[in-house]
Design a protein. Structure first.
Length: 367
């Protein structure tokens, strides 16, 4: 082989070497970029579908349909990347040589999501069991409004009824709620003035929760109002919280909580039902003492508003289509979005001791 031929061969090898190095170098930079893009997208998708499932079940309950919970217990994904390189050369012994480089990537993503239906023991514990006092106190200590937490999770406070009939399917008669609302509003006002707080005392066997009052000239009128509503003995300032004794006294605060399902039923009355669905008898209508349709916003207030429309909404935080209508929470409704967030946290807290013993459904969703 002549010296000139050897030079041409050497140049070709150099070109191929450079092509291989370029491809390998490119692969080393792609991995982190795939993670950056996919993790955020999966996070957004999982969060959105959790909200949609919660909203869908609220609408189902308003229509008297059974709710259904699917929990995404695992999400796995594989990134498959097959790089290839191609080099070409045209050798001209007169010295007019040309070289070409081609590189390409074959990219494939294979995500797999695992769903677990909520049923059996897990369903009873998470959905049908009463909310515990430690959950209520924990949420209160986490910065949530006491009024919001108590309105959702408590159906009776020292004999004051909080629409306990609404903890199940829509009742035929209007519920009792006014005195309870006045009491929790007063508790919230006292907390904001530093006149009331909830405290936890721990011992070897259990935790004891108490409501502590601080009587000052600034909050004296509010304390008197609360004492009258809850029939409290004002000679003391420490009132132990007792769950579901049905024996209210002036020395303790008796609390009967809802189950998570009860909270869902309660909030389902915030669903705005289209008029044609009401007239066609698709939902039960609650009547007041005068025999007129009861306005459930008197109970749910600004806790939650679920609007309905014929067309898909444009300004929404979460929306689902059901029975040929769209139901949604408006994106500028801060109060409703806060309640949905609290509902999600409450659902998570109810599963602190949950075990995944139910059958699972694993679906490949890509590839």
């Amino acid at each position: 082989m002549s010296l000139k031929s050897r030079k041409i061969v050497l140049k070709t090898k150099v070109v191929l070497y450079i092509a291989a190095i370029s491809i390998i170098s490119g692969c080393s930079q792609l991995g982190p970029k795939f993670i950056e893009g996919s993790r955020t997208q999966y996070n957004i998708a999982m969060s959105r579908t959790e909200g949609e499932q919660m909203l869908l079940n609220l609408v189902r309950l308003r229509y008297g349909d059974a709710p259904y919970f699917l929990e995404a217990t695992a999400l796995n994904t594989q990134f498959l990347l097959a790089p290839s390189a191609e080099a070409s050369s045209v050798l001209d012994f007169n010295g007019n040589n040309s070289y070409g480089l081609k590189g390409k990537f074959a990219y494939e993503e294979k995500p797999t999501v695992t769903y677990t239906p909520l049923r059996g023991e897990n369903f009873v514990r998470k959905v049908l069991s009463q909310i515990s006092l430690d959950t209520i106190v924990l949420l209160d200590a986490s910065g949530w409004s006491t009024e919001r937490v108590l309105s959702l999770s408590v159906e009776n406070l020292n004999g004051l009824d909080n629409a306990s009939q609404a903890s199940g399917p829509t009742p035929l008669k209007a519920p009792s709620y006014e005195h309870f609302q006045a009491a929790v509003t007063t508790i919230d006002q006292l907390q904001n003035k530093g006149g009331l707080q909830f405290k936890t005392a721990h011992n070897d066997h259990a935790s004891q929760y108490s409501m502590i009052t601080n009587q000052t000239p600034e909050n004296n009128s509010l304390l008197l109002k609360l004492a009258e509503l809850l029939k409290l003995n004002l000679t003391q300032n420490n009132y132990p919280l007792v769950q579901s004794t049905y024996q209210a006294s002036g020395d303790t605060i008796d609390i009967r909580t809802r189950s998570f399902m009860g909270v869902m039923y309660f909030l389902s009355h915030a669903v705005e039902v289209p008029e044609d669905h009401i007239t066609s008898g698709r939902v039960r209508v609650t009547l007041d003492s005068a025999g007129l349709p009861f306005d459930w916003t008197e109970v749910t207030g600004n806790l939650l508003t679920i609007e309905a429309s014929e067309q898909a909404p444009s300004n929404y935080a979460v929306a689902v289509e059901y029975r040929n209508k769209w139901f949604y929470v408006s994106d500028d409704d801060i109060q409703s979005k806060s309640t949905l967030q609290l509902l999600g946290q409450l659902f998570a807290l109810q599963s602190r001791k949950s075990s995944n013993s139910a059958p699972v459904l694993t679906l490949p969703i890509g590839g």
